[in-house]
Design a protein around this ligand. Structure first.
Ligand code: HEC
Ligand code: HEC
Length: 375
């Protein structure tokens, strides 16, 4: 075992409980049905389920808890056997790392598979495989988490001659390579997790009226944004601008430009009043959002009350001009295949410019290729 792994094993045993908890929830969140589809990519080489036999690769029944390279009667690569002897045990974390990029984790593995790019695919796949593993972490969430890692450490010890370190000495996504940090608490996550989506997901319970919003606005917002949202000096304008979007100088406000009311709520709650962010209660933000609708002539009743219940009924006028960009050449639609790394063009390769014209190398002096020369 390398020195690095030895020292990691020490730290990792302290952290294994934490890592394990994270692993459990990851397994539980996968969708086994979707995972069955992902498994098609593996099925040429692996079988799983009743009577599964070894094919090109070992059968995968009870792969959770299996020591790497630990199935009797299958001829593994030396690299896989060595990894097992060094304590690599298959669990949610190690399988995730392996399946992301097999050759990066186990140099010399004979599994000829580049890896799965999408974390969700791996999660689903592992949920699927877990059904065929007695020791899978996802199967029995009720089991006390702390008990299991020891059990699997014991199992490892049975199949390998040397005393095996905890499997989490191997890099897993959950604990990270160095086993640093801890899983965030629910409260900590909640404090960050405040985004509100256009479909209303994330809206807190609460309500506020236009009239209440007017008071809050006058006290907290009007200094900068003006009594009617017209903006004082160069502070942002919050109302008006309808019908100006096609002009040379469009006035983009909540009423004229913004697509979703959820953004107004989210923005005000997150960032305003400027300099005193996160000081407003949820009800205050409902009231202010209602008042901003009123300033933009989108509601005309001072008694109008906005709440998480009627929030979705309100549509901003410019919503339909925002459309999802489905063009295949857009970057966010362009991650569907492996990038081309060689022989990507039929045309002869032509070098149009070289980085050295930037001349950033200190002391390079005047050379024939210094500043301004393009070759
Ligand atoms: C082209 C064939 C091939 C494909 C495709 C393939 N594997 Fe493998 N797999 C192998 C081989 C061969 C091994 C043995 C590796 C070694 O000994 O180094 C292996 C080993 C493994 C192991 C280690 C098992 C053990 O007993 O230690 C796991 C887990 C695994 N594969 C899962 C998968 C999954 C899941 C997929 C699909 C996402 C997949 N493999 C796709 C050929 C393949
Ligand atoms: C001290 C001045 C100040 C106060 C007070 C203030 N804001 Fe702002 N507000 C700003 C600035 C500056 C921005 C632009 C910030 C940016 O673009 O990064 C802004 C942006 C906004 C926007 C987004 C406007 C847009 O079109 O991009 C909204 C909505 C908003 N404020 C609402 C409020 C509300 C509601 C209050 C009262 C609770 C408030 N603001 C109090 C200075 C202020």
């Amino acid at each position: 075992m390398s020195k690095l792994l030895k020292s990691l094993a020490l730290g990792a045993s302290v952290l294994s409980a934490v890592v394990f908890v994270a692993a459990t929830s990851a397994a539980a969140s996968g969708d086994a049905d979707k995972g069955a589809k992902v498994f098609k990519k593996c099925a040429a080489c692996h079988a799983v389920g009743d009577g599964a036999k070894n094919k090109v690769g070992p059968q995968l029944n009870d792969v959770f808890g299996r020591s790497a390279g630990g199935l009797d009667g299958y001829k593994y690569s030396k690299a896989m056997v060595k990894a097992g002897a060094e304590g690599l045990n298959w669990d949610q974390g190690t399988l995730t790392t392996y399946l992301t990029k097999p050759k990066a984790m186990i140099k010399g593995t004979k599994m000829a598979f580049a890896g799965l790019r999408k974390p969700a695919d791996i999660e689903n796949l592992l949920a699927y495989l877990a059904q065929y593993s007695a020791e899978s972490t996802s199967k029995d969430e009720a089991t006390a988490p702390a008990a299991k890692p020891q059990e699997s450490a014991k199992a490892t010890a049975n199949t390998t001659p040397a005393p095996a370190p905890a499997s989490s000495a191997w890099p897993t996504r959950a604990g990270g390579v160095f086993g640093l940090g801890r899983v965030a608490t629910e409260d900590e996550v909640a404090a960050w997790d405040i985004d509100i989506r256009p479909d209303g997901k994330g809206l807190p319970e609460g309500s506020g009226t236009v009239a209440a919003g007017e008071e809050l606005y006058t006290d907290n917002c009007a200094v900068c944004h003006g009594d009617f949202g017209e903006g004082v000096g160069r502070w942002p304008v919050l109302a008006g601008g309808q019908g100006t979007l096609q002009e040379d100088r469009p006035e983009k406000t909540i009423g004229s430009y913004w697509p979703y009311l959820s953004t107004v709520y989210d923005y005000v709650r997150r960032a305003m009043p400027f300099g005193d962010a996160r000081s407003l209660s949820n009800d205050d933000v409902y009231a202010l959002t209602a008042y901003l609708l009123y300033l933009n002539d989108l509601v005309d009743d001072e008694d109008f009350e906005l709440s998480n219940k009627n929030f979705q009924d309100i549509r901003l006028p410019n919503e339909e001009n925002f459309i999802p960009d489905g063009r295949p050449e857009e970057a966010h639609n362009d991650n569907k295949g492996d990038p081309c790394m060689e022989n990507c063009t039929d045309r002869p390769v032509e070098i149009t410019m070289r980085a050295r014209i930037v001349d950033v190398t200190p002391g390079a002096g005047e050379t024939e290729n210094s500043v301004g020369t393009v070759d």
